[in-house]
Design a protein around this ligand. Sequence first.
Ligand code: MN
Length: 686
Amino acid sequence: MAIELGTKAHEGQLRYSGEPYIVHPLAVADILVEMGMDCDTVVAAILHDVLEDTQIDESEIRLKFGDSVLRLVQGVTKLASIHFSSKEQEQAENFRKMFVAMASDVRVVLIKLADRLHNMRTVASLPTQERRLRMAQETIEIYAPLASRLGISHIKQELEDLYLKTAKPTEFANLKRKFASKISSRKDIVNSIVDEINVMLTQQGLHAEVSGRPKHFYSIYKKMVGQQKDFDQIFDLTAIRIIVADVKDCYNVLGIVHHAWTPMPGRFKDYINLPKANNYQSLHTTVMTEYGMPFEIQIRTLDMHKVAEYGIAAHWKYKEKLNTKIDDKMGLLRQVVEANSDAQSSHEFFESFKKDFFADRIFVFTPQGDVVELPQGSTPVDFAYSVHSAVGNKCVGAKVNSKIVQLDAVLSTGDYVEIITQSNAKGPSRDWLRFVKSSQAKSKIRSFFKREMKEENILRGKEMLDVECRSRGISWANICLPKNIESVMVRQGINTLDDLYATVGYGGLTAVQIVAKLQELLREQTVPTEPKILKATTNKKLSGDAILIRGQSDLLVSLSKCCKPVPGDDIVGFISRGKGVAVHRISCPNLKGVEQYRLIEAEWNNNKDGGFVANIQIEAKNSDSLVVKISTIASENKLPIRHINLRQHKDTAIVVLGVQVNDAAQATQIISRIESLKEVRTVYRI
Ligand code: MN
């Protein structure tokens, strides 16, 4: 009935070869019959082009052949509407995924593969070289890998060889010629090896089917290109295949073969224990023979062989139970071939195959015809961000299949999506975060807001830290020792001081956390008691030139090296052992916890001036001109520089500047000048 309908429908249509069109669907059906496919598949194959190319409509097919055949024909017709644009590898993979995603039934894919196989067998009759090449390219990028993924190796190999013949005719002809001469000279050798193996196995009481099989051209070609070898350097033109009764025998035969000939190192592969992704199972080994050339030997059971040749189609080809010993995780195919109910199990296999191929993904087209992969439920906004963050940020509307849609519309596989952008768009909306599905879009939208807000957050963060410090009676400048700040930043994975401020500003970290941690670090570095200063009870006396020390007249007075007091600072004397009095600033952390009887009141002699060094630490964004700018400020303030030291770490520069001042006011002045430099983050006296 199908042949009758098909012949009538295609009547008058001719193929490029000049034959009546019906020759093609019949040939496709023939390929599927050979594969052992069911009646519905074969009928659908005969009718696979009628919906697209003839007057026959769906209701006629449903009426004559039922829903199942109609769905198969519709599936094949739908796939015909995908036009592959051959670009990068990545695009090919996406097209393959889209192809599988659009096929509702694995039999649709099988019909499509058979259709492509016949079209490639007759590719020479296409009118232009350009069309022949396009067909060949599509075949090698989309269809051969698909056949491989479904485990249908005989179709995969034929498609690959047809590609080579069409796209690389010179290489193919050379290969064929060399191959033919070599094979005929090797025929005797192959036969001798097959005989030898047969004898050895019979002696051990093993039954096996041994054959020598030429490898297909494309695999040899790939080896020559991939390993940059000459044809003469490729040895395994023929594989010896040994098919045995069970898995135990596979390993027995392997032992016998390895005993007779020396295995080549690195060439043994156990695909029985570790099947390929398409469930291919076999033992592979290459041995050196007495004929001076290596041979590849493949050992497998009959069930494994059926799966190896027919893959997913083995289910239809071999209705009887196949008993392959596959690890359960890898055993999808086994479940298919062992199951009793046809349609159900192959459907399940196909569904899990699809999940494996792309877990809950959809595939949509760009206006240029590229395929974009997105998570299920994605919207035009997800699409826009997957193209480029700039497209996302400037997106103001979208069209799906040429119709304007809402930005939160859900896309489906096969949609053509076009984003409308406006160069003055004010950026994404926070609402978008509620409906986008891809993590890419989410993080790009978030980072847009983070970046926009950063300046604001830095200021807010600084202020929050300041307020927190003041509430504890301390100052930020005093607790933010570079070493401690750095350890806090490393712990939080923050790179720059600005980022730290910004993180506090937008609430990623609290000011309390940071201040408490810095105080804790500071406490760990000092002894935890506060100094108490002896009050002056007697007359102050002049000691040294610049500092008045209570009571004592003949003490050696020096300025401490650690906090470098200058006139105007609150100071205190520390009576050191045998070294007189060291004058510190009252806030100096080194005084915390010292014995209080050793502290002595001190004050500045206001009549004296000159010669004090203030050490100032500057933390800034790394810049080449930083030191120049700082030294310029010092000389503009007429403060001689005693030393200046620059340390750089990633994008941070830390400058320690020693300037000669008369009093603390001069130090404060230069600090505020330096603070106003745009790259400077913090400035404080050490
Ligand atoms: Mn066709």
